[in-house]
Design a binder for this molecule. Structure first.
Ligand SMILES: [Mn+2]
Length: 296
């Protein structure tokens, strides 16, 4: 592959097979406002070349413990339902082979396929944790059930998704607010202002304790001051330390079995956004695969 791998590394850099498979999915079919998310995966990979491998918090180069290899970008067809199936198949195949798949988007719709792929490859229930500005709980949007505004609604329809925990949400439609009120068991939303007020970690960890988790990071969950390069930016988002506290808590409390990062729409002059996303992903992979005090 000509494009650089995540962190500039490839399977050849590790003695044993890397635990993490980075899968670029340049999906852009149902974008509603600003476009450009198809270029997200390449921008994250490019920016990751500049991320220091040494992690001060962990006191070493954690990626050397678990290993990461970047796959060729996944080509998908133009029909969203078919594209979701193709993504499910690709993620299921890698997950069943023992890899931890980090899908890089691309639009949020890919999460429906990636979660279905993890469900296919693993037994039992799954908690989905979604860091996002938006609840994505609409039944349909712009004529499609596979619009990026409907991702969590499709996942709620999966019987083996035990619960969906949403963090940093600050924009919902009426039908979404009503659904959130009606489904307190399977749907827990921490609004952005609850995150800013603090004290959310204990309940989050309680909800996650002992669970298998799929983590979806929509970069618009972060504040636009940190990541302005996204299609539907919303003020009032997470700052850097809140985002790290979040993925640290999730990794500590639960067993994260799959992950994605979506909706980066790289823009000239905003390369700090690409870098912040790449660094957040490296930190999060290390939290998941190198728990503090433990070994990979
Ligand atoms: Mn969003």
């Amino acid at each position: 592959m000509d494009a650089p791998g995540f962190l500039g590394l490839s399977a050849r850099d590790f003695e044993r097979a890397p635990a993490v498979a980075v899968l670029p999915i340049p999906l852009e079919l149902t974008v509603t406002f600003g476009g450009g998310t198809a270029r997200g995966p390449a921008a994250i990979l490019e920016a990751s070349q500049q991320v220091e491998l040494y992690d001060r918090e962990l006191g070493r180069e954690p990626v050397l413990d678990y290993g990461v290899a970047t796959l060729a970008p996944l080509a998908t067809t133009a029909d969203p339902a078919t594209a979701v199936d193709e993504i499910a198949r690709a993620v299921a195949e890698r997950t069943a082979a023992g890899a931890f798949v980090l899908s890089l988007g691309g639009e949020h719709t890919l999460t429906v396929g990636a979660v279905r792929g993890v469900l296919r490859a693993r037994p039992g229930g799954l908690t989905v944790v979604q860091i996002d500005a938006h609840a994505d709980l609409r039944a349909r949007y712009a004529g499609s059930a596979y619009n990026h505004a409907c991702v969590a609604r499709r996942l709620l329809e999966e019987s083996r998704v035990d619960q969906i925990l949403q963090l940093g949400i600050r924009s919902v439609a009426t039908e979404e607010a009503e659904l959130i009120a009606a489904e307190p068991e399977r749907l827990r939303v921490w609004w952005a202002e609850e995150i800013h007020a603090g004290g959310w970690v204990a309940e989050l960890e309680e909800r996650l304790s002992g669970r298998d988790v799929y983590l979806s990071i929509d970069v618009d969950g972060l504040d636009p001051a940190l990541v302005p390069a996204t299609g539907t930016p919303e003020p009032g988002g997470l700052d850097w330390s809140q985002a790290l506290a979040m993925t640290r808590a999730i990794s500590r409390a639960a067993m994260v079995v799959g992950m994605d990062c979506v909706e980066l729409a790289p823009s000239p002059g905003l390369h700090h956004a690409d870098f912040a996303v790449a660094k957040l992903l490296y930190k999060t992979l290390s939290f998941i695969h190198c728990p503090p005090g433990g070994t990979a």
